[in-house]
Design a protein around this ligand. Sequence first.
Ligand code: ZN
Length: 221
Amino acid sequence: MNKFLIAPSIIASDFTTLGDEIVACESAGADWIHVDVMDGHFVPTITVGPLFVEACRRATKLPLDAHLMVSNPDQHLEVFAKAGANRLTVHVETCPNLIQTIERIKSLGCRAGVTLNPSTPASALDAVLPLVDLVLVMSVNPGYSGQKFMPEMIGKVEEIRGGLDAIHSQAFLQVDGGMSVETVPLMYNAGANVFVVGNFAFKHPMGVGEAIRLLRGCIPA
Ligand code: ZN
C-alpha cells in the first residue's frame, strides 16, 4: 500500500483516446480514476455523466471515484453506481438529508464520500465524519479545471484530519484542485492522503506517466 494515493482527474485527459489515457494512468501506478461530474447548475460547467463512467469502466479495473458536482445527487446515485462507479462523493451543500444520502450510497454497494466547497466550514461535516469512507477538501472553487490552489485550505485539511483522528476513522482524506509537485507535499503534511491531479498529470510535457512518477517522488519515502 502506498503512503498516499494518486487519483488522476480523467476529464483533464484527451477524450479522443480515453482508453489509452486510462491505461497510461494505470501503467504509471495511479490508484484510482477520478471523474469530475458537473451539471452546469451546481457549478457553471457541464462535463460528463454516467455514460462516460461506463466507458471508463470498460477501460480499467481501477476504482472509479466519481465526484458529483450536481444539484440533486440523490436522483443520480443509482445510475452512477450501475455505470460502474466504486466511490460516490457528494457535496454537503447539495444534500438536505446527508446521512440518508450516505446510507443510500452504501446500499448501492459503493464507498461513500463527502465534500465541501472552499467557503463551507469543516464543521458542516461533523455529524457525518463517523459514517464516511472519504472526505474531499476542494482546494479550488469547483467548476473549472486548471485553477490556482488556495493555500487557505491547508488549515481545513488539518482541521478535518484532527476530526478523523479523534474518532479513529480510517477514512481517506482527499484533496482536489491545483495539485502538483509543489502543493501535494503541503497537503500531505497537513494530513491528506489522496490527491486528485488534473492538468499537472495530463498536460505535463513529459506525459502522464512521468507526471505521476514525479508526484510519487515529491514526498520522501
Ligand atoms: Zn473532483
